[in-house]
Each structure stands twice: as C-alpha cells, then as structure tokens.
Ligand binder design. Structure first.
Ligand code: DX5
Ligand code: ZN
Length: 224
C-alpha cells in the first residue's frame, strides 16, 4: 500500500549494539552518516530479561550529538523514570502498552514534561489496542522481535500488523510516525517500508557492520 511511499524513510540507530567504550565516536559516525535520531534502549531486568542503560548514558550522549534522542523504556514502571530521562536530555519517551494499566496517564505525563510520546507494542499484541491512544501520541513503535536483546531474527508475522497500524494512522493521526524495531537489516528494511513503516530502528545492522556505520546505513537504503 503504503500512502507513505515517496516520503523519506528515517533511520534511528540503536546504541544497544554500539561499542560502549567508543560510544561518543559511534554516535558521531551515525550523525555524520545521516541518522535522524538516536535510539536508546532501557531495560530493567524485570520487564525484559536483560539490563542495559539508564539516564547517565542519555546525559553523556546528549553532550556529543545534536540529534534527537529517543528513549525506549522496557521497564515495569516507566512512570518512575520519565522525569529522570527527560532531565537527562531525552526528546521522546517510548512506553510499552503491555503491563501498563494507566497508559493514557503515562502518555499525558510525558507530554506534560514537554517531550514527544510514543507507544510500543510487542509482536503478540494486536494493532487494535492502539486505536484509543493514537491521537495522543507522536510515534507508534511496532516491535518486530521480542524486546530484550539485540541481534535477533525479524518476526515476519509482524508485517501484516505494520500494514494495519499504517491504515489506522492514516485514518486517525496521519502525522504519527510508524517506527519498527528489531531484526531490521538490508533484507527486512524493504519489507517493513512496503508494509508502511517510516522510521527504522537498527542496532547490529548499523554498529556491527564490518565496513562501518556509513556503509551500513547506505545498505539500509539511507542517503545522507
Ligand atoms: C530490542 C531493542 C532494539 C535492539 C534492536 O529489545 O528494543 O532496539 O537494539 O537491535 P537489532 O537491530 O540488532 O535487532
Ligand atoms: Zn528499542
């Protein structure tokens, strides 16, 4: 379908796959190569079975790039951390639908902090849960792997769902970004773009490429 075809597809490199000892350098390379935003994966070892980073990393990355920083909160109690990430320099806060009994309130809190709000859905969660929250958010993130780890295989059954979310966005809130996250590489990128995604998160395909960040981003169809 996508009504979005023709519009520029944007790339959000995920620093989860970066070499943390050279984080500043790697973020700078992504910025030089035309990244549109930097994706920061926050995990609490409870909502997902892994630990990653916190506000201190956002604060450090904030100092080395002008790109917007989006924070993907894979934590059981996102409300407890919104302020800390906003203060550290996050521009968007992405919260999961799963396990949040008060999602509307969480979204309003993000907006009250003056930040862009996004809702994330896991692979087994249907697109329909977005219907009532869509007009309140600037981003929807469809997980194309189960959250918690980088370098996993893309789950193909998420493709028709991306199409359903795209149709819903066109009807309810056409300016909303449709972002995808997990297993995005040169093979899966065209599939998700065809299905209607307009922002691609990619970790290992960008930071673990032998030819470097710029070549990897070109391979994902990105022109800087
Ligand atoms: C997974 C994270 C992703 C991860 C993607 O839980 O939300 O952002 O970094 O990594 P790749 O692109 O390697 O699948
Ligand atoms: Zn993520």
């Amino acid at each position: 379908m996508p009504p979005d075809r023709g519009k520029r597809v944007r790339l959000a490199p995920s620093i989860l796959a970066a070499d943390f000892a050279r984080l500043g350098e790697q973020v700078a390379a992504a910025e030089r190569s035309g990244a549109d935003r930097i994706h920061v994966d926050v995990m609490d070892g409870h909502f997902v079975p892994n630990l990653s980073m916190g506000p201190a990393i956002v604060e450090s990355v904030r100092r080395v790039t002008r790109l917007p920083l989006e924070t993907h909160l894979m934590v059981s109690d996102p409300d407890a951390f919104l302020e800390a990430f906003a203060e550290a320099g996050s521009d968007s806060l992405l919260v999961h639908w799963e396990g949040n009994a008060n999602l509307h309130r969480t979204v309003q809190r993000i907006k009250a902090l003056g930040k862009r709000a996004g809702v994330v859905i896991n692979p087994a969660t249907p697109a329909s849960v977005l219907e009532e929250i869509l007009e309140d958010v600037q981003q929807v993130l469809v997980m194309t792997v189960n959250p918690g780890f980088g370098h996993q295989h893309f789950i193909p059954t998420t493709l028709p769902k991306i199409g359903r979310v795209r149709r819903m966005i066109e009807q309810i809130e056409p300016s909303c970004d449709l972002e995808v996250d997990g297993g995005i590489d040169a093979t899966t990128a065209p599939l998700v773009i065809d299905a209607g995604a307009n922002v691609l998160v990619a970790g290992s395909a960008i930071f673990n490429d032998e030819e470097g960040v710029a070549a990897a981003m070109k391979r994902l169809g990105h022109r800087s």
